[in-house]
Design a protein around this ligand. Structure first.
Ligand SMILES: [Zn+2]
Length: 329
């Protein structure tokens, strides 16, 4: 009787694992030194279909849950209306488009079969990290300093999160200097359920003012390469932040989606980086680059209080959606 019970448990856990991994059963192909799967095979395994929208260049996948667009030789993908950067470029071989297996596992599957909170503990305690501060002004545009405006945004996000029922605290509430390792450490000491790090971008040089839009970073998965690798290599091992790879992705995606949908900011996509604040985070964490101080349209969202408040609301809406997803029964 006991053995039968164990077998039933084993079968149930195997089935649950398959349901969590929508790429299970899709044959792998070894291409250019990496494991890939054919886009058509993956689409079919998930009850959908793939068709070239531009032959040999752009392929659209329609699944019951939404549309995905992949571009050959590119890491930029569109997933259900929001851009996400892949770890490996989409490969073209023998007439078919191929997706990196690592991207199915770490970028696509978390969105198709999002993780649930298994501890039964609700997402409630949020630490907000306004980037830079004190001796470190961050980006500068004329007399305007990034550190001032991320602090304003942080307080607005915090106030709105508080109204939505979250418990909120900050890594800094004034113009104080805070080293990078201190930021995830503060979140850990406070037992935070989420860490949100806030930043604004800037672009230099001729034509710099054309760079615009919002991007949301989450931790690069183990062995994957970051969006802007900057020589860190793709062999990087596991950090504390990797324990939350799937939740990091869902959080980053929902925030990126809300910001671009609600504020009109250009969608630069969900990106990956092994930033200190992400890799040492002991809880799901994101770093939001909420716009370019050097772009006129973005600058209004950064410097103009009432418009910036919409940005704050979008970040909160992304967090609320994440909470609903991971706490679903
Ligand atoms: Zn910054």
């Amino acid at each position: 009787m006991k053995r039968v019970y164990c077998l039933v448990l084993l079968m149930a856990s195997l089935l649950a694992a398959a349901a969590q991994k929508p790429s299970v059963g899709v044959p792998r192909v070894f291409l250019f030194g990496h494991d890939y799967v054919r886009v058509e095979d993956w689409a079919r395994a998930n009850g959908g279909q793939a068709r070239w929208s531009v032959p040999k260049q752009e392929i659209k996948v329609t699944l019951p849950s939404g549309h995905f667009t992949f571009t050959v030789d590119s890491r930029r993908a569109q997933m259900k209306g929001t851009h996400v950067w892949l770890s490996l470029p989409v490969a073209f071989k023998n007439g078919s488009a191929h997706l990196g297996h690592i991207d199915l596992a770490t970028a696509i599957n978390p969105l198709l079969a999002p993780p649930r909170n298994t501890t039964g503990r609700p997402v409630r305690n949020i630490v907000i990290d306004p980037g830079h501060g004190g001796r470190d002004p961050g980006n500068m545009e004329g007399k305007r300093q990034e550190k001032q405006y991320v602090l304003l945004l942080a307080k607005e996000v915090g106030e709105l999160l508080g109204k939505a029922g979250f418990k909120v605290s900050y890594t800094r509430t004034s113009d104080s200097t805070l080293e990078l390792p201190e930021r995830p450490a503060i979140a850990r000491r406070r037992g935070a359920d989420l860490l949100l790090s806030l930043h604004f971008n800037s672009a230099d040089g001729p034509g710099g003012s054309a760079a615009k839009g919002a991007e949301t970073f989450c931790m690069t998965p183990v062995r994957a390469s970051s969006t802007n690798a900057r020589g860190e290599g793709s062999g990087a091992g596991a950090y504390p932040g990797n324990r939350f790879d799937a939740k990091n992705m869902v959080l980053a995606y929902q925030i990126q989606r809300a910001i671009t949908a609600e504020t009109g900011a250009e969608d630069r996509g969900v990106k990956r980086a092994r930033f200190w604040v992400l890799r040492d985070a002991d809880m799901p964490a994101v770093l939001i680059e909420a716009g370019f101080m050097t772009n006129p349209a973005d600058a209004r969202r950064i410097y103009d209080g009432p418009i910036r408040r919409k940005l704050a609301q979008a970040i909160v809406d992304g967090v609320v959606t994440y909470k609903k997803i991971v706490e679903r029964k």
